[in-house]
Design a protein around this ligand. Structure first.
Ligand code: NAD
Ligand code: MG
Length: 394
């Protein structure tokens, strides 16, 4: 049976890995929507190769190029944020949410109303609007499958288990590019330093978030929202080899671990074929060759993002949306060379402080509009605070 598939963020790292799996079984799938940003050559090439119904760039100014590139093919084209939402209105059996950042929330949210499957790589959706997104899925009988490797691992370790018997969830972290740097040198870390991830090939933003552990901070919140587990039962652990992706601890003391090569096609493939398991083109783990698997507690002085995530989970409500928005702004500034690596967490903390004086952060986010407004306001505050900080140091 041919399944229909849409991929939001098709030109990115997750999107390309998803297409790689689909390419190996061309008759099994029909592509409805592919979306991308400025990489029009990639988007057009994929739309042609897979005969997509619709190709969308999120940038309206890129639309003429996309139109020219796909002229004479059967693929319709569109551009801009509204076009992304309209694209999500086209039903597909399986939708991959792999846009990076809070921009991925609205398309995934809209796709849920078809009551089918949303494969969720966009962790920001759960951080900013977890309760809302999961309620929307339930209301429409849609299924959300995790694609973040740790969450896919937990999901797999929970098959056939009772959540009531879960004592803790442990998610592993490689520690990122700067894990062995002396603490006092971290402030000097450049963009290139932060992008040199030891184990995973990923998009630039998540790679830097791995070095700062903002990625793990987002994932703690993601774990809470996806599995509905109390924050104190979620533990991060540094595991430099990135072979064990997560572990679930049960009431009897048993720990169920998921092991696999650090290759996102594990988690994408599991969500694509679920509930079946099929052959995947990933390296097989050779335990004897690995010889050792190490684990250690993360140092919170090195990774203040983890402490902030705990505070965000304790606050609930709009804190996740503010946290994520401020993190995105901090990251933009670091990438632009306008903020030091170690100034990202203080900027996020200052934004949370400022926003807590402005709105009641504990109030539940009752609609997508409220989330987007909170996100917008937090971005404005974070940008102002970043500017003030730059003026101070100039
Ligand atoms: P990426 O930067 O490689 O790709 C991002 C995609 O989103 C591209 O198609 C880009 O065109 C599109 N995009 C960027 N900004 C956009 C905007 N404002 N509006 C619409 N589209 C936009 O990112 P990635 O590494 O593939 O990550 C995608 C998502 O998956 C992120 O949420 C990330 O946290 C999550 N994730 C990624 C990995 C990984 O291995 N790369 C692992 C786990 C989770
Ligand atoms: Mg992850």
């Amino acid at each position: 049976m041919t399944r229909t598939v849409s991929i939001f963020g098709a030109t990115g790292s997750i999107g390309q890995n998803t297409l790689d799996l689909i390419r190996r079984d061309r008759d099994g799938y029909r592509i409805v929507v592919l979306t991308g940003g400025r990489n029009i050559a990639q988007l057009a090439a994929d739309a042609r190769e897979f005969g997509a119904e619709l190709a969308v760039t999120c940038f309206e100014d890129c639309l003429p190029d996309l139109r020219a590139a796909l002229d004479g093919t059967g693929t319709a084209v569109a551009g801009g944020d509204t076009a992304l939402i309209e694209a999500a209105d086209r039903p597909a059996d399986w939708t991959m949410s792999a846009i990076v950042g809070a921009a991925g929330l609205a398309p995934g949210f809209h796709a849920l109303r078809h009551g089918r499957t949303l494969a969720l790589a966009n962790k920001e959706s759960l951080v900013t609007a977890g309760p809302l997104l999961m309620a929307k899925a339930r209301a429409h009988g849609a299924r959300v499958l995790p694609v973040d490797s740790e969450h896919s691992a937990v999901f797999q370790a929970l098959v056939g288990e009772d959540m009531g018997a879960v004592e803790r969830i442990i998610i592993t972290a490689s520690g990122g590019a700067l894990r062995d740097w002396p603490l006092e040198r971290l402030a000097e870390a450049t963009l290139a330093d932060a992008c040199a991830h030891p184990n995973w090939e990923m998009g630039q933003r998540i790679t830097i978030d791995s070095a700062s552990m903002f990625n793990k901070a987002l994932e703690l919140i993601e774990t809470r929202e996806f599995f509905g587990i109390a924050p104190e039962k979620i533990e991060p652990v540094i595991h430099p080899q990135s072979i064990v992706h997560a572990l679930v601890g049960f009431a009897d003391g048993a720990l169920m671990a998921h092991l696999g090569a650090p290759d996102m096609r594990h988690a994408i493939g599991y969500a694509l074929h679920w509930p079946e398991r099929r052959d995947l083109p990933v390296a097989r783990v050779d335990l004897a060759r690995l010889a050792t698997l190490e684990f250690r507690a993360p140092d919170e002085a090195r990774f203040p993002a983890l402490r902030l995530a705990r505070e965000v989970m304790a606050t609930g409500g709009g804190a996740g949306a503010v946290f994520n928005a401020a993190k995105e702004i901090a990251l933009d500034h670091f990438i632009a060379g306008a903020l030091r690596f170690t100034d990202m967490a203080p900027l996020v903390e200052a934004t949370l402080d400022a926003m807590s004086r402005e709105i009641r952060l504990t109030d539940a986010m009752d609609s997508l509009e409220t989330v987007l407004q909170t996100d917008h306001l937090a971005r404005t505050r974070a940008s102002e605070l970043a500017k003030a900080r730059q003026e101070q140091t100039a």
